[in-house]
Write a protein that binds this ligand. Structure first.
Ligand code: GLU
Length: 607
């Protein structure tokens, strides 16, 4: 689930491995370790906590020109030094780093224990080095192939052998791995960010592929033994601009990058004069658009909230039945798939395991899925084959901000294209297209004058409970706001469609309970104002996000946060901004780890 780095070549491996792990830190993890191949046994250093803790115990000149390293996000067994990776066999001759989950670890553990293996950790991963040892007859590649034949589950795995100091064996099933090609040296990582400093030439390993990597070459095979052809790709320039600039945190930088990131997503696609959008990657002609019976948009977390907005927009504007589904539910619900229907998979990283699972469920049943993805070359992008890149640039903070607004932008472009074909009069379509094109400026205008965020934060930091509410498009925005506050500040809160508030959460209202209301000037405004009066009458302190100039909404507020007036469909793009800032500032005031909140990981590559 978390980070893997490996190196083989003429240099000392340790500094390269530690540098790579630091570049993967943004993904969130709980422990870290490195294994260095030098001499008859492999040397392992691992610690609970940050990469810096491992760095502190690895000598600067630690010997070994081959090594593997890991940041762990625990799934099996507590966060302890013994459970941190790398794991080794009993003789310290084989070391393994693993992302993912071994489903049949119990059965394998019992069998290996019966054969005399003594386990030193509680992890599922530890079965791998022992199993590889069991199959090892001198050929490292074959030993890994034979061991993996017995394994059920998901893995990105890299193995080092004391007896073969210049070799790494890597295999993937459901958890990404990318090989970096250097001059007389080669690298491997779970994420290209770890590689950009060293090379931009990469090979993405596919599911069920295994690679044997030495300093001067890479040989890949399918796990069934047949030859695998790999293509060398060039990493795009956007990778590796992982610098915080003038900002204290990546999250704040990414919030402020939104005028540019939204602009990048729209550029060359929105066509204000024609009142439509061009999405080359979707590969759908107007005639194809007329034949779409329904749209299903799949995602998890923030991407699910973006999916909700995409589905609402498509149904409201283009009048095509559309729904958003939680990928982790959908994939196991034996869903009916309409082969003519349109399925979209939304994921920032393009590696989200549940979304990948949902895509496979759709394609197994004859459906076609298009990706809405940020990371170029990611598993979802490649699995879908076609789709739209949101181009928000690398998002480093664990809590998503700019990817969310770009995901919505991409789906709104599709809404415009579909609406122009099916429902919208030319002038309506032009109005929407122009409003979309103006969005970066609107976002910039808000961020330049964000309103009394600190005043709102004072209501939040001591709150026992916070309610977010909104109607229509502002409901997913409320959900996203609550998710951000939980992720970053760990303040108990929930979001409700404002009309549902009376059916339960109103019981939570006490004198001073903060209620954050998203009430832009759209068709739902009046009804939301009534809900605001209802909670206010029970003592709530209202933090109100409203369109600039709405004095009525402002008059009900303990804290009033105006946002620019935009096309009603586009309100989420401006109303979410104060929510991002609120959770950031609340977390800052409470001394939280903003870019790496506890227990979270950037890309959730396990179920
Ligand atoms: N399942 C393994 C463990 O708990 C790997 C976790 C990870 O992907 O970081 O150790």
């Amino acid at each position: 689930m978390c980070g893997i780095v490996g190196y083989v070549g003429p240099k000392l491996a340790a500094p390269i491995l530690l540098d790579g792990l630091r570049r993967l830190e943004y993904r969130g993890y709980d422990s870290a370790g490195v294994a260095l191949v030098d001499g008859p046994t492999i040397t392992v250093h691992k610690e609970v906590g940050k990469v810096a803790m491992v760095q502190a115990v690895v000598p600067a000149d630690a010997p070994g020109h081959t090594g593997i390293a890991h940041t762990r996000w625990a799934t099996h067994g507590g966060v302890t030094q013994a459970n941190a990776h790398p794991h080794t066999d009993m003789e310290l001759g084989i070391a393994v780093v693993h992302n993912g989950i071994i489903d049949n670890d119990e059965a394998l553990r019992q069998r290996l224990s019966a054969a005399g293996v003594e386990f030193r950790s509680e992890t599922d991963t530890e079965v791998l080095p022992h199993l590889i040892r069991h199959h090892y007859k001198g050929d490292p590649t074959q030993a890994v192939i034979d061991a993996l034949k017995e394994v059920r589950g998901t893995y990105g795995v890299v193995v080092a052998f004391a007896e073969h100091p210049g070799v790494m064996v890597a295999a993937r099933l459901g958890s990404p791995l990318v090989i970096g090609l250097g001059e007389d040296e080669n690298f491997i990582a779970s994420d290209p960010h770890a590689l950009v400093r060293y090379t931009r030439r990469v090979i993405y390993l596919e599911d069920r592929e295994l690679a044997t990597i030495t300093a001067d070459g890479v040989e890949s095979v399918h796990l069934d033994g047949s030859e695998a052809l790999h293509t060398v790709e060039e990493l795009e320039a956007a990778f590796g601009t992982g610098d915080k600039g003038e900002f204290e945190h990546y999250m704040l930088k990414e919030i402020h990058e939104q005028p540019e990131s939204i602009g990048r997503c729209l550029r060359g696609r929105v066509q204000p004069e024609a009142g439509t959008a061009r999405l080359g990657g979707f590969d759908l002609l107007p005639r194809d658009l007329t034949e779409i019976p329904s749209v299903t948009i799949m995602g998890c977390g923030t991407s699910f909230h973006a999916a909700m907005l995409g589905a609402m927009a498509i149904e409201q504007v283009a009048r095509v039945p559309a729904r958003a589904v939680i990928a982790s539910e959908f994939r196991w619900s034996n869903p009916q798939i309409d082969p003519k229907g349109l399925y979209l998979a939304v994921s920032q990283s393009g590696e989200t395991a549940d979304t990948l699972g949902a895509i496979k469920e759709v394609t197994t049943k004859g459906g076609k899925v298009l990706g809405v993805v940020n990371v170029v070359g990611s598993s979802i992008a490649r699995l879908c084959g076609s789709g739209v890149y949101i181009h928000s640039g690398p998002e480093v903070a664990v809590a998503s901000t700019k990817a969310f607004t770009s995901q919505i932008s991409a789906m709104y472009l599709f809404t415009l294209m579909l609406g122009r074909t099916l429902t919208l009069a030319p002038n309506e379509a032009q109005h929407l297209a122009r409003s979309l094109a103006d969005l970066p400026e609107m976002v910039r205008a808000y961020l330049g004058n964000p309103g009394p965020i600190q005043e709102a934060v004072r209501h939040l930091v001591n709150a026992r409970y916070v309610l977010f509410m909104g109607r229509g498009l502002s409901w997913p925005v409320a959900l996203e706001g609550a998710l951000k506050l939980k992720e970053l500040a760990y303040i108990p809160c929930e979001a409700y469609a404002a009309g549902e508030m009376k059916h339960g959460p109103i019981a939570m209202m006490e004198e001073g309970t903060p209620v954050i209301v998203i009430v832009p000037s759209d068709a739902n405004r009046e009804r939301t104002l009534s809900n605001m009066r209802e909670v206010q009458a029970r003592g709530a302190a209202l933090i109100v996000i409203h369109s600039r100039g709405d004095h009525q909404a402002a008059s009900l507020a303990a804290v009033s946060i105006p946002v620019p007036r935009v096309h009603p469909l586009l309100t989420p793009m401006v109303t979410v901004l104060p929510l991002q800032l609120l959770s950031y500032q609340a977390a800052l005031a409470m001394g939280r780890d903003i870019d790496m909140p506890r227990n979270l990981a950037k890309s959730v590559t396990v179920e």
